[in-house]
Design a protein around this ligand. Structure first.
Ligand code: 13P
Length: 258
């Protein structure tokens, strides 16, 4: 069997109480029927975390299904109107914390500095971070993708001191080329391989004293037609799926494609 992957469903600002409950049940059923062998995480909107975590966590046998959130505050309790801390999400079983998604960076002006605060706070508290990086189409057309990703990675990890005892297996880097998100056009297999290889080399240098390197997953128009090819690329440890993860049939096919 192929090595175990991590496949993460980012539901973004989509769904309703009823639709996400049904979707979660369908995923649970597929796992119980042993259709899915990989590790799966669902990232619902924050408000649905309490309900869906009950659904996920009450199934003790579902070891490979976890829940997480799409964004988290950089700060502990305090006067931060509208923000939600990781401690609050953890109360409802959140295991994964997505940070630095391009939609947060572009639509909500999240800066590299804020993202690095979030990353260091989560990692220093032994939490699992899914850190998104990726270039725009304009940057890609100017062949700047490596430079951009390198800067995003360096900045996101900049507040962690070299000798700190953070666990590298708490880090997942998601390579999401922005032009591939929601466009129906994923990056080519060759580009995915090359970029993952580049990220891996950077991480190997950054964490040279660590035995385990962070996992690297791909996101951007992953669907049930291309998932087998993408998940089979050397260096791809999993996928971050947006649109197709809102459709139970498609998402289950993605998760069981290799
Ligand atoms: P799509 O799968 O819809 O392209 O979205 C990718 C994404 O942004 C996941 O975080």
């Amino acid at each position: 069997m192929a090595s175990k992957k991590i496949i993460i469903a980012n539901w973004k600002q989509n769904g309703s109480l009823r639709s996400l409950y049904t979707l979660t049940n369908q995923i649970i059923r597929a796992i119980k029927l042993k259709k899915i062998k990989h590790s799966i995480a669902i990232l619902p909107p924050h408000v649905y975390l309490p309900m869906l975590s009950k659904q996920v966590l009450s199934n003790k046998k579902l070891k490979n299904l976890s829940i997480g959130v799409q964004n988290v505050s950089a700060f502990p309790d305090g006067a931060y109107t509208g923000e939600v801390s990781f401690e609050m999400c953890k109360d409802f079983g959140s295991k994964y914390f997505l940070v630095g998604h391009s939609e947060r960076r572009q639509l909500f002006s999240e800066s590299d500095a804020l993202i690095s605060k979030k990353v260091s706070r989560l990692l220093s508290c032994n939490k699992k971070v899914v850190l998104c990086v990726g270039e725009t189409l304009a940057e890609r057309n100017k062949k700047l993708e490596k430079k951009v990703i390198s800067k995003q990675l360096t900045s996101a990890l900049s507040l962690l001191s070299q000798g700190s005892n953070i666990k590298t297996n708490n880090i997942i880097v998601a390579y999401e080329p922005i032009w591939a998100i929601g466009s129906g056009k994923s990056a080519s297999n060759k580009d995915i391989y090359n970029t993952h290889f580049f990220i891996k080399k950077k991480l190997a240098t950054r964490f040279k004293s660590c035995k385990i390197l962070p996992k690297i997953i791909y996101g951007g128009s992953v669907n049930n037609m291309n998932s087998k090819d993408i998940l089979s690329i050397e260096g791809v440890d999993g996928a971050l799926v947006g649109g197709a993860s809102l459709n139970a049939k498609k998402f289950i096919e993605i998760c069981s494609s290799i």
